[in-house]
Design a protein around this ligand. Structure first.
Ligand code: DNO
Length: 351
């Protein structure tokens, strides 16, 4: 397992030097953030990021995300966009990137209804309440929430939502299949693994289809192109928001096709309602030990990162992506892996 940490580049209040000081940390997960979706990332900008990380003693082998342009998801007018995506994969491979995380969520990425929910202990967390979410009108709202793409004007957003009225779940699946058939052979050649991020939350929001949500859909996704380069970002907080999802079973079932894991806990607070929690099992609804055990037992040797943290100790910063609680999460994750791996070695008589 290689422990990594998401870094948002020079504008991130968390510095590479701070990340480097987290025990057992091996690298960053990052992206070329200034280039709009659909455009080319220059090789120089990718290499510059790699060198910056290396100068701080960190590897840069995982990209999160290489965004998929809406026209690809809509399946219209996307030949040049697909070619650019493929070229970006080639360049990332050339720069030594091993895993590319992406998602196929229409219009919005991850969504939360509250960015600052205060908890009894004085910490603040991100939270999601489906009723509250659906009462917001994305075409009119002035709100800015994670997942809200600020690069669209209100008119552009309305137009995009209108175009999605023609795209139901099956059409979205067909567009995803066309995309993967084009890019997976390129990823294979470039020595890169594509790792789709599940939809967060794992159900439709604002009437937009969301299709990467459970065991059946992950199985369908992997079957679209049977290749180790067509893999998953196994995000425990996203999939775990639906209590029907049996995460350890999914990890075992999809062993070998999970190059990247987001290990995060959430507390389910009601039907389609949850809040982010500190990483330990006792703080939320997920059994983090069972998840790590399933990963170790299925021979996982990919990249892991702690995910959304609470805001604690007075830290201000990017919602979910402060330093302190994610660093605590990282050391907890490292501890779980050490214990489970040593137990496995004992059982196998190799320790
Ligand atoms: C949220 C993240 C997502 C993720 C993208 C991957 O915190 O996990 O924004 O980066 O969905 O494409």
């Amino acid at each position: 397992m290689k422990l990594t940490f998401r870094w948002y580049g020079d504008s991130d209040p968390v510095t590479l030097e701070q990340i480097r000081q987290i025990p057992a940390m091996s690298g960053i997960v990052s992206a070329v953030y200034h280039v709009p979706a659909g455009e080319l990332w220059s090789l120089e900008s990718i290499l510059a990021l790699k060198e910056k990380a290396a100068a701080a003693g960190l590897a840069f082998e995982v990209v999160e995300s290489l965004p998929v342009h809406e026209n690809i998801k809509l399946g219209t007018d996307c030949r040049r966009l697909m070619e650019n995506y493929a070229e970006n994969i080639r360049r990332l491979g050339q720069a030594g990137i091993k895993v590319i995380c992406y998602n196929f969520m229409p219009v919005f990425d991850w969504l939360r209804s509250d960015l600052n929910k205060p908890l009894a202990d004085g910490s603040r967390v991100l939270a999601y309440d489906h009723g509250a979410m659906e009462r917001l009108n994305p075409a009119r709202s002035e709100l800015s929430l994670p997942g809200w793409d600020k690069s669209y004007s209100r008119e552009q957003l309305q137009e995009l939502l209108r175009r999605y009225r023609e795209v139901d779940e099956e059409q979205l699946w067909a567009n995803l299949a066309a995309f993967l058939q084009k890019i997976i052979p390129v990823a294979e050649e470039a020595g890169v693994k594509m790792a789709i991020h599940p939809d967060d939350p794992p159900w439709p929001v604002f009437g937009l289809p969301r299709i990467i949500v459970d065991e059946a859909s992950l199985e369908r996704l992997l079957g679209l192109v049977e290749s180790p380069a067509n893999g998953l970002t196994f995000c425990t907080g996203s999939l775990g928001a639906n209590p029907q999802n049996n995460l350890p079973r999914m990890i075992k079932k999809f062993a070998g096709r999970i190059p990247f894991v987001h290990l995060r806990n959430i507390l389910i607070t009601g039907d389609k309602c949850f809040q982010e929690a500190a990483h330990p099992s006792s703080c939320g609804s997920l059994d983090m030990y069972a998840l790590v055990k399933a990963l170790v037992e299925s021979g996982f040797d990919g990249y892991v990162r702690p995910d959304h943290g609470r805001m604690i100790w007075g830290e201000e910063g990017r919602g979910g992506y402060g330093l302190f609680d994610r660093a605590l999460g990282a050391t907890y994750i490292a501890g779980l892996f050490e214990a489970v791996e040593k137990m496995k070695a004992c059982r196998n008589g190799t320790a």
